[in-house]
Design a binder for this molecule. Structure first.
Ligand code: PHE
Length: 344
């Protein structure tokens, strides 16, 4: 028995010596150390040996088996490292090569403008309105009546409104000013909010007009709020948004919910003088509607106009984006042509 074991060991050692890679090593391992190997069959035969030989041969088989396993493992480590080194040498990585281009999306230019303007007003102490106070699907009461639009008054025609077919007082809001009313009904002064969102008007679509667009509404109500403060806040906004002070012009105007009302113009950003396509040669661009909240509106939401006053303003997001980036067609924002969008 001992001779047989030594014979196997000898044969194993010479075959191990001849191994030149992981694959041939694996073959040797299978031949000598697997379940069906000759060596293992000897272990299975232990039970048939005379009792006094069992412990001696058993111990010898274990010893040799451990030895052989250890030799295989050592060789295995050696070949593994060798093959890895060769592979690494062959597959050199050129770190100067350009990486693969992974296309990424980005925020839509209108959303960028909304974010930018919101941030400016947050710096000026305004908070973003809760979305439930600024719904897009609205009832007439909040879009018109409580904003001091007289019932059946042609003033409602100022904003061609989409009405719901089977619920005649339900509309798509025509302005973000509905947010003023809902905010004032649900909180007490001081109120200082801005409300960005979509609005809808039944307009013929053209380069200048779309029937869906975005506005940002602002409202400040407290004791002693003045027109001078309105002017200061909006001039500061214009300075921060356009990047430098630019002359502004406050023209008197009319909105049912503000008194006095103004429209604010900035000096044309890219004026080409007479016949300028941006400002039609006037030198000025209208960018905002604003005014002091009409006492009737305050009364309607149970805020005492003898104690409190406020100002409100509203601006078109598309218009402000078009002016900043010299875009001449509002429809570009809605066509989703990536050649346009990816420029921002
Ligand atoms: N809601 C007005 C519009 O859409 C703009 C505005 C807002 C004017 C707030 C004054 C105060 O034309």
């Amino acid at each position: 028995m001992e001779n047989k074991i030594n014979e196997i060991k000898k044969a194993f050692l010479s075959e191990l010596e001849a191994c030149c890679d992981l694959k041939s090593l694996e073959n040797v391992k299978n031949k000598y150390l697997s379940r069906n190997s000759e060596f293992n069959n000897l272990k299975k035969g232990l039970k048939d040996l005379p009792n006094e030989q069992k412990p001696i041969i058993g111990a010898l088989l274990n010893k040799i088996s451990n030895e052989l396993n250890e030799l295989v493992n050592k060789k295995n480590d050696f070949f593994y490292k060798k093959e890895l080194d060769e592979k690494l040498k062959k597959e050199k990585i050129d770190v100067t090569l350009d990486g693969d281009y992974i296309p990424t999306g980005h925020v839509h230019p209108l959303t960028q403008t909304i974010n930018e303007i919101t941030t400016i007003f947050e710096h000026l102490g305004f908070s973003l309105i809760k979305p439930q106070y600024s719904p897009e699907v609205e009832v007439e009461k909040y879009n018109f009546d409580l904003l001091n639009f007289p019932k059946e008054h042609p003033a409602k025609d100022m904003q061609d409104t989409f009405y719901c077919e089977n619920a005649s007082n339900v509309i798509l809001r025509s302005q973000t000013s509905n947010a003023q009313v809902r905010q004032m009904m649900n909180s007490k002064p001081p109120i200082k909010i801005i409300s960005p969102g979509r609005v809808y008007r039944n307009e013929a679509v053209s380069a200048r007009k779309n029937n869906l667009f975005h506005q940002i509404e602002g409202l400040y109500v407290d004791k002693g709020v003045t027109m001078a403060q309105l002017k200061g806040v909006l001039n500061e906004f214009i300075r921060l948004y356009f990047g430098s002070s630019r002359p502004t012009r406050f023209r008197s105007s009319y909105f049912p919910f503000t008194e006095p009302s103004v429209e604010i113009d900035v000096q044309c950003i890219m004026c080409k003088g007479e016949g300028c396509p941006t400002c039609s040669g006037t030198g000025w661009l209208e960018i905002l509607g604003a005014g002091m909240v009409d006492p009737n509106v305050l009364k309607g939401v149970e805020i005492n106009p003898d104690i409190y006053s406020g100002f409100a303003f509203g601006m078109g997001v598309e218009r402000l984006t078009m002016l900043k980036y010299a875009i001449d067609d509002i429809r570009l924002f809605f066509n989703n042509d990536v050649r346009f969008l990816k420029q921002f």
